[in-house]
Design a protein around this ligand. Structure first.
Ligand code: SAM
Length: 284
């Protein structure tokens, strides 16, 4: 049996997809992988925002803009339109996708271009604090370094910058993939990784395993390389991600926030196997 968790797969497609063309993740993989939004997920966010009477919203990792536009539309349907909705994005391709979507949906959402590490500096600049900031779809994981401790410190620094954009008593909703579960798959043979990286439902990314085959091709405590294969177009891409472990996230958040609730794939409570772990944290 061949092991999947080997170094060649950091940069190369696995054997059966060796003739696939490497493509840009944001432009060619993300739209199919995202596959639109699910109503129940938008309801989950809209309910929380309305219940807590939050008025100004900020999406810190806008991506293609589907989630933020879905939340704003759902809030309007609930007769609770946000007083303002703004977004942060660093990637030009994502800014382009979001602008197109917002124009189509006639949404007035200001996009601030900024690298998180430069915050609060942004173009255009931020002019006020927010009641609700969110970073969803496994995004903090882009930040990190060569050791688990370095990653934790770098992520801590970014969370500190997010905190400066949120008013006292406001909320940060943030998630990451369940890296504790992914780490438990380290050293398994390829067939078992495929079997164990299947889930009863999809979260956020509704093209997952239907349109885009995704799995961790390389796993270590400090780096996880996710491979993305589009079988219909014979293209592939990958992301090298820095794991966010549950214990580390609790430490990181607790500096500026009280953690109010933890969810696994939108359900409260602890779980070993899940796609995403989500944290609702209140600014101290
Ligand atoms: C996995 S995507 C999530 C997109 C979107 N929230 C969704 O669920 O579809 C991660 C997002 O984080 C953004 N991002 C990653 N590193 C960043 C950084 N250093 N500064 C600002 N944004 C960053 C990416 O451009 C992208 O929009």
């Amino acid at each position: 049996m061949s092991f999947i968790n080997t170094l060649p797969y950091i940069s190369n497609p696995i054997g059966e997809f060796s003739d696939y063309k490497y493509v840009n993740w944001e432009a060619k993989i993300y739209p199919e992988f995202k596959g639109g939004v699910r109503r129940s997920e938008m309801e989950f966010f809209a309910k929380l925002i309305k219940e807590k009477k939050l008025k100004s919203l900020l999406d810190l990792g806008l991506g293609g803009g589907n989630d933020l536009s879905g939340i704003v539309r759902t809030l309007r349907k609930k007769n609770y339109p946000p007083a303002c909705a703004e977004a942060n994005e660093v990637d030009d391709e994502f800014i382009r996708q979001s602008r197109t979507l917002f124009k189509k949906e006639k949404l007035d959402i200001q996009i601030h271009k900024a690298n998180w590490i430069d915050l609060p500096y942004a173009v255009p600049e931020y002019t006020h604090l927010f009641d609700w900031a969110m970073l969803i779809g496994n995004s903090l994981t882009y930040i990190g370094g060569g050791t688990r401790d370095y990653t934790k410190k770098a992520q801590q620094s970014v969370i500190g910058k997010f905190a400066r954009l949120i008013r006292r008593g406001g909320y940060l909703f943030i998630d990451s993939r369940n890296y504790d579960y992914i780490l438990s798959l380290m050293n398994l043979p390829i067939e078992e990784i495929f079997n164990k990286f299947t889930f009863a439902q999809t979260i956020y990314y509704h093209g997952f395993q239907k349109k885009i085959l995704v799995f961790p091709a390389y796993i270590s405590e400090t780096v996880v390389v996710l491979h993305y294969y589009d079988k219909s177009k014979k293209i592939w891409s990958k992301l090298d991600l820095y794991p966010v472990y549950l214990k580390d996230m609790l430490d990181i958040l607790s500096k500026d926030f009280e953690i109010e609730k933890i969810y696994h794939d939108f359900k409260p409570g602890a779980k070993t196997k899940s796609l995403f772990i989500q944290y609702l944290a209140r600014k101290k």
